[in-house]
Design a protein around this ligand. Sequence first.
Ligand SMILES: O=C(CO)[C@H](O)[C@H](O)COP(=O)(O)O
Ligand SMILES: [Fe+2]
Length: 245
Amino acid sequence: MRWRKAGVACLFGSVVGGINTGVTRPLIIAPSLLAADFARLGEEVAAIEAAGADWLHLDIMDGHFVPNISFGPAVVKALRKHCGLPFDVHLMIAPADPYLAAFAEAGADLISLHPEAGPHLHRSLQTIRALGKKAGVVLNPGTPASVLAPVMDLLDLVLVMTVNPGFGGQSFLHSQLPKIAEIRRMIDASGRDIHLQIDGGVTAATAPLCVEAGADTLVAGTAVFGKPDYAAAIAALRQPSGMVA
Ligand SMILES: O=C(CO)[C@H](O)[C@H](O)COP(=O)(O)O
Ligand SMILES: [Fe+2]
């Protein structure tokens, strides 16, 4: 699995002992399948890989934790043979714990969950890591960065939602930018190799704001799958340099 595609391995070089060394690395673009043509999912994931995406973001919604239903582990498993990209699974389900093994077996490489999805965030993250997968925590717009501190040592990724979860195509919440910067400082101070991912309303216009605030990974549904040319859409999100500090 090409988890560390291209120059992403430089991530370890960018933060040494909590000090940002100034080394840059490529911005990671993770198109969200939520905006794809659900009647042609196999073709869509193959096309997005060919277009230069770095990861595939898979939004799992249960109609309970969020007011929408998407797809489950059977679809993730079916897509695995059509796409060689790392599978970045964003769980918007509660409870999440009973389904972690199913998504791991289906082919997830990284599993992220919301702190509100269960009573034991630390245990849930331990479970994901015990399954041999990378673990992430997702912060809703109303969830503070402080929830991260007690679980920092278990994290491979922090996802900051810049919309309320449940639907694609919503407008980017600029109010979340200070929180992104706060979490960048927390990650740098930890000295750990943790991705800072942004999800919701990411476009060519809002992507630079996210990167400026400290993001290294961008999820985009509508801004990629909603465009006729996926490669051009991905390239537009990488502007201006496609590199992050
Ligand atoms: O988690 C999500 C919604 O809950 C999606 O990943 C997100 O909304 C992507 O869609 P868009 O880029 O169109 O906003
Ligand atoms: Fe998502």
